[in-house]
Design a protein. Sequence first.
Length: 131
Amino acid sequence: QRVFTGVVGIVLCSVVAACTRTLEVQVVSQPDHGTLAAREELCPVRWYAADEPVAAACTEVGDVFVGDTGWSSDCGAERVRGEVRRQACLFGADAVQVIREREPSLSESSCDQIRARFLKCPDGSASEAVR
């Protein structure tokens, strides 16, 4: 019984150690845009839903994906959205437009996932959505 308990303990420790809080983050810049100046890490960013119209003056400057590494934990919607926002600030974007947002599922991922566009919106136009 001691051997069994020891083996279970080793397996449990291995499984727990394999899980990480690290998120997979992929950021791609649009080729026709130069490098933007990074903003404060927790800057204000306008969040556009996938079906929400974007201000006419905004231009797409990049793309981001935030999801799991395959072994991620602590990857709920709030944390994933927070990382999208943080990446937008570091990239120099004024706004984010969600392209696809997926909730956890048994068939795909145990984490929330977001793919979004980074937008540059001159003169505060990110706050003025138009149809």
